[in-house]
Structures are given as structure tokens and as C-alpha cells.
Ligand binder design. Structure first.
Ligand SMILES: Nc1ncnc2c1ncn2[C@@H]1O[C@H](COP(=O)(O)OP(=O)(O)OP(=O)(O)O)[C@@H](O)[C@H]1O
Ligand SMILES: [Mg+2]
Length: 223
């Protein structure tokens, strides 16, 4: 197992808005092993999503280095970064971020659009992913025709469909009731047991309890 699969060194993120300069991350050094399940906790505004977005290659740090599987992420251009995100990382967000007018199946097929697979094969892989999260009877439902937990399971199926090594979940249970939250966490735990590296942001201690390690943030640093 590679203990430095994700390796951040002295990562800083500074937001500049006109005259105002705000340091959201002030020199984070952190390693996450391949196959590890970590939870990031901390008060609102402490920098959790900022850190998660950098780990997920959705955003660039202002300073510091990020090695993903030994490769310097900063060396990639925008197109290469988009490929890394598409192939290696799956995202799950609090607000699900599904396309409201499209069926569950179409939502899950979306990340496969650039895979070069035929539509028929994309459909097959997407239905298998939906089956894995227990939604084989809801393939044709639109998000508005599903419960919150079902929507989040569609989002998880979409995050999985490219078989990513890393799953970044930013408060995936933030909009769900307690029982549904635990169902979602069991799915993430199962994926971790199959070898996926999971990075979870949460405010809730019992949800963080699914992780092997808890990283606590305060004011842009790790405590
Ligand atoms: N695009 C931006 N421009 C300016 N400031 C930003 C931007 N994004 C985030 N920030 C600031 O950076 C800090 C960290 O934000 P971040 O979203 O990482 O917090 P968080 O820990 O995820 O909080 P929450 O628990 O509320 O989601 C906050 O003070 C926020 O206001
Ligand atoms: Mg956040």
C-alpha cells in the first residue's frame, strides 16, 4: 500500500477579492494512503471544502505541492486535469448536483460520455452502478421523482461509474435524515473495503466514525 498516494506539502490557498486577501489554507501538509478512508472535520469556514477541492483537482493551490500517486498535479494543463478528474476521482456533494430533467440512468451515464464506449455499453455500465446502490427499479426516474437518499445514491452511482480510485464526498449526508445517512455511509464503507480511497467531509461525529482517521481543521490549518 502506498502511504503517500495523496501527498500535500505546505499547501496554501489565498483568495483575493479586490483589496481583500484571505488565506483559506495556510500551509497544509498531509499524506493519505491508497485505500485509506479519512474524514475531514472542522467548523464552518475552516477550509474543508477548499482542501477537498484541491485534493479532487477541482481547484489549484496558491502555493505548495500536491503529488498524486507520485505525480505533480501542477504540471498538468486544464485538459489533463479534466482527464484526471474524470478517470481517477469520483465526487459526491451535499446538494447531489444531478441534472433535474434527466433520468437516473442518464445522470449516471454522463461521466462515460467521453469514454469512447457505445451508448448501449454506457447504459449497461450505468445500470450496473445503479444496481450496486440499490436503485435498479428507478433507472427511469428523474431526481424530482426520487427521495433525498435515492438522489444521493444516484450521485454515488455517478461518482463510481468510471471506477475511480478516489472518492471525494463533501458532506454527502448533509441533507439526509439519520437512517438514510447511515445507508449512504454503508455504501461508501463497502467501496472502501473494495480498495477505494475515500475522503469525506462531515460535521457529524457519528458519520466521521466510519473513517479510519479523522483530520481536524481550524482556521485553514490542521490541528
Ligand atoms: N471563492 C472564494 N472566494 C473568497 N473566499 C472564499 C472562496 N471560497 C471559500 N472562501 C473562504 O474560505 C474559507 C474556507 O471556506 P470553505 O468553503 O473551505 O469552508 P468549509 O470548512 O468547507 O466550511 P463549511 O463547513 O461551511 O462548508 C471561508 O472563510 C470562505 O469564506
Ligand atoms: Mg464546505
Amino acid at each position: 500500500m502506498n502511504p503517500n498516494f495523496i501527498k500535500l506539502s505546505e499547501i496554501k490557498k489565498i483568495y483575493t477579492m479586490g483589496e481583500t486577501v484571505f488565506s483559506a489554507l495556510n500551509g497544509i501538509s498531509l499524506s493519505i494512503a491508497r485505500g485509506e478512508f479519512v474524514a475531514i472535520m472542522g467548523a464552518s469556514g475552516s477550509g474543508k471544502s477548499t482542501l477537498m477541492n484541491i485534493i479532487g483537482c477541482l481547484d489549484n493551490p496558491t502555493a505548495g505541492t500536491y503529488l498524486l500517486d507520485g505525480e505533480d498535479v501542477a504540471k498538468n494543463n486544464d485538459k489533463e486535469l479534466a482527464q484526471i478528474r474524470n478517470k481517477r476521482i469520483g465526487f459526491v456533494f451535499q446538494s447531489f448536483n444531478l441534472l433535474g430533467k434527466q433520468s437516473a440512468l442518464d445522470n449516471v451515464m454522463l461521466p462515460l460520455l467521453y469514454s469512447g464506449l457505445l451508448r448501449k455499453n454506457r447504459g449497461k455500465i450505468a445500470s450496473e452502478a445503479l444496481e450496486m446502490v440499490g436503485l435498479s427499479t428507478k433507472l427511469r426516474n428523474k431526481p424530482s421523482e426520487m427521495s433525498g437518499g435515492e438522489r444521493q445514491r444516484v450521485a454515488i452511482a455517478r461518482a463510481l461509474v468510471n471506477n475511480p480510485e478516489i472518492i471525494c464526498a463533501d458532506e454527502p449526508t448533509g441533507n439526509l435524515d439519520s437512517q438514510t445517512s447511515h445507508e449512504i455511509m454503508e455504501i461508501l464503507l463497502g467501496l472502501n473495503k473494495k480498495g477505494r480511497t475515500i475522503i469525506l467531509v462531515t460535521h457529524e461525529a457519528d458519520i466521521a466514525g466510519y473513517a479510519q482517521r479523522i483530520i481536524r481543521m481550524r482556521d485553514g490549518g490542521i490541528v
